[in-house]
Design a protein. Structure first.
Length: 464
């Protein structure tokens, strides 16, 4: 796919600012009560008068949430929450605004490839991610140099977002070997930084080069570019699998999917994928039998909600032809088939324009996924419109599913007692907004571990 590398404008005012007298400086935990707090047991804060979309099936909605330190203590009706936390709680009135779990960008390169996005520093990239509602991101190409940088930021207390690192085995035909032998699968350096898994490239994600079973229409002698033989890929996948690694394999064409699914099936050897949660990144062109096979093997489909917009539709058709268009970008088909899935932006490689500084933000991604339109006036081709997903599905993919994809569902992804207080306040309820207008829903506050890391300039909260 010929993806647009959008030069992002810097977002004015996203540097960490004071939340105001209601919550105190965002460089400190959200609450510092005068009612005999201690370092180990700070007094709670209650976010009340809210529409709380918990993303927890057992309690999908609530109107109050209590936070103590970096964790959620209680969720439910306001009276019940107050009874649970006691009279020392500080009250913050959200004024009927919407509270959701922090969004998780499951595949991006925000920090590592920040220059492409127009960021002058890692901190600028993090600032913009927080302004877009992201509390967790997965960086899908973290080599040793990038890992050292992230660890240094973390050690300095400057990594204000949670990062999962995926360590590359190859990039196209370059082979890096198992350079990460000193690290363990899922190793956590801190609550903000951990190793998610390893990354491989099976073929090229650009439409003109993705590896197809049949030749490209505009190049009859060309089936695309592939970076492994079947035997090589199976051997490396089996070896990494046996060592306990989660694999995320960049895969685009249907022939590449055959190679990857064969390798995964050989490595799993009949076992369930729940233990490893191996992933396919991008899943661009899939035949029906491959969709069914992914469901049977429970291979995670990791796709970009912002891909395949009007500007790209013509090139996709030129390359693979009309007969194969329905194989492309099958987000809805994958969900309908029961394939476990997770969503992302691939920022800064998203293929959308016209959003100004909102490119790569969570609500922008949701808007494109639901409307399949990148900007007003887009003519949405039927093969794209047929793959539109619902707001509810999109929210699930960006919250609960994101936590599951990195084995962190016990600590984040929903608003539930005991989980991390990674929360986002929205200006409007996404379920009540027209699909094309979702892009205009503002992130008013982003909180990571009970700390307010971003506040919209217009936000004014009442606290007592």
């Amino acid at each position: 796919m010929n993806r647009l590398l959008t030069r992002r404008q810097f977002l004015g005012g996203t540097a960490l600012a004071a939340v105001g007298s209601a919550l105190g400086a965002c460089a400190t935990p959200i609450v510092r009560s005068t009612a005999s707090p201690t370092a180990d047991q700070p007094a709670p804060v209650v976010l009340r008068n809210a529409i709380v979309l918990t993303m927890e099936p057992s309690r999908p909605e609530a109107d109050a949430v209590a936070i103590r330190g970096d964790a959620i203590e209680a969720v439910g009706a306001e009276a019940d929450v107050l009874a649970a936390v006691g009279s020392s709680a500080r009250m913050v009135d959200l004024g009927g605004r919407v509270l959701v779990p922090g969004f998780n960008d499951a595949h991006c390169h925000r920090i590592g490839d920040r220059e492409i996005g127009g960021y002058e520093s890692a901190q600028a990239a993090v600032d913009d991610a927080l302004a877009g509602g992201w509390t967790s991101i997965s960086e899908l190409f973290v080599d040793e140099e990038r890992l050292d940088e992230l660890r240094a930021l973390d050690s300095a207390g400057a990594l204000r977002i949670r990062v999962n690192c995926y360590l590359p085995v190859n990039y196209e035909h370059q082979r890096f070997g198992i350079w990460f032998g000193a690290y363990l699968p899922g190793q956590a350096f801190s609550p903000r930084l951990r190793i998610g898994g390893v990354k491989l490239f099976a073929d090229d994600a650009w439409t003109s080069r993705m590896y197809m079973t049949e030749p490209h229409v505009d190049a009859p002698d060309h089936r695309g570019t592939v970076f492994w033989t079947a035997e090589e890929l199976t051997d490396v996948v089996r070896s990494l699998h046996d060592d306990g690694w989660q694999l995320a394999i960049h895969t685009a064409g249907d022939a590449a999917h055959d190679l990857v699914l064969d390798a995964y099936e050989a490595a799993l050897a009949g076992a369930d994928n729940a233990r490893h949660r191996h992933r396919i990144e991008h899943v661009i062109a899939l035949r029906d039998d491959q969709v069914r096979r992914m469901a049977k093997l429970a291979i995670l489909a990791s796709f970009q909600l912002t891909w395949f917009t009007a500007d790209e539709a013509g090139e996709v058709e030129t390359t693979i032809g009309r007969d194969r268009l329905t194989w492309v970008g099958r987000w809805r088909d994958l969900l309908d088939a029961g394939v476990p899935a997770v969503a992302s932006t691939d920022n800064p490689y998203q293929d959308i324009a016209g959003y100004g500084h909102r490119i790569g933000w969570a609500m922008t991604a949701l808007s494109v996924a639901v409307s399949r339109s990148a900007q007003p006036g887009d003519v949405v081709a039927p093969w794209r419109a047929d793959q539109a997903i619902s707001v509810e599905q999109g929210l699930e993919l960006l919250t609960r599913a994101g936590a599951y994809a990195t084995f962190e569902e016990d600590r984040k992804g929903t608003i539930s007692p005991g989980k991390l207080a990674d929360l986002v306040v929205l200006s409007d309820d996404p379920r009540a907004v027209a699909p094309a207008e979702l892009r205009d829903v503002d992130v008013l506050m982003t909180m990571v571990g009970g700390r307010v890391e971003y506040q919209h300039p217009t936000l004014d909260l009442d606290a007592s």
